[in-house]
Design a protein around this ligand. Structure first.
Ligand SMILES: [Mg+2]
Length: 266
């Protein structure tokens, strides 16, 4: 970010031949770090972001009321993701971006160990409502076992329903959530899945190439706002990973280059 400020200052001062102005916009921007400051700004400061979250949970509320009218053979359950679905980790993204870094597991676990994440707007009141109607909540997340204590403390701090070990389903061997969903479905009728990442809903989206996730999204169009409740996440997710073809060994410069190569202009 510092480079951007230098560049802006140089332009503002009319230093067209100064050393600073030699910093091109290509050099100054690191999209995976600086770019995430901008998307985190949307998550933290845009009333529109909050409105989108409220919209998702308002629809979820209607769907719960519909489900309550239906006869059930098994106890009802809502399966929800945690990060950027019920807890807001944008402070972590900002902290990383300010030192020029993207996500990394070690600093992430330090963050989740603090149990300091705020709630996503509308998430707590919606889940409390569902819980009050006897619907069981399962927190199905790809947080690691090492993050169990901090995660539970974070959920308990706000009074999320079913914030107990048995309802916190962490990542074990695989990132796909499909087998964990199936285990819950053996004993419960899953009336709704909530998430910010399409893999939170169906194996149709597990590590799939961009074109396939797009095709499957169109094929599943009628499920969104029905059984699938989607939360906005402009900062990270498989939408980004799929652009890199799930190659987690790329440098920031390589990612920047890929991003610029896939974007449309005119
Ligand atoms: Mg998430």
């Amino acid at each position: 970010m510092k480079k951007i400020f230098i560049l802006i200052a140089a332009v503002a001062l009319g230093c067209s031949t100064s050393k600073q102005s030699a910093v091109s916009s290509t050099d100054a921007l690191n999209l995976t770090a600086d770019g995430k400051l901008f998307t985190a700004l949307f998550q933290q400061r845009a009333a529109e972001y909050k409105a989108l979250c409220f919209q998702a949970f308002n629809i979820a509320h209607l769907r719960v009321d519909e489900a309550l009218q239906q006869p059930q053979t098994k106890p009802m359950a809502i399966v929800t993701d945690i990060d950027e679905t019920v807890l807001d980790n944008s402070a972590y993204d900002v902290k990383q971006s300010l030192v020029g870094k993207d996500y990394e597991q070690k600093s992430w676990e330090q963050w989740t160990g603090l149990s300091k994440a705020d709630t996503i707007p509308g998430a707590l009141s919606f889940l409390k409502y569902a819980g009050s109607k006897g619907i069981k909540i399962f927190y199905l997340t790809n947080r690691a076992e090492a993050e169990r204590k901090g995660t539970l403390e974070n959920l308990i701090r706000f009074g999320f329903p079913d914030a107990v070990n048995e309802h916190l389903i962490l990542k074990q061997n695989v990132s796909s959530k499909e087998s964990r969903r199936q285990t819950i479905a053996q004993t419960h009728n899953i009336i709704m899945l909530m998430g910010d990442n399409l893999a939170d809903f169906s194996a149709l989206f597990d590590k799939k190439p961009e074109d396939e996730r797009m095709k499957n999204t169109y094929a599943s169009a009628s499920e969104f706002g029905k059984r699938f409740i989607v939360l906005p996440n402009p900062v990270y997710g498989d939408w980004e990973n799929s652009v890199y073809q799930y190659n987690n060994k790329l440098t920031a410069a390589q990612k920047d280059s890929i991003i610029k190569s896939v974007l449309k202009s005119y």
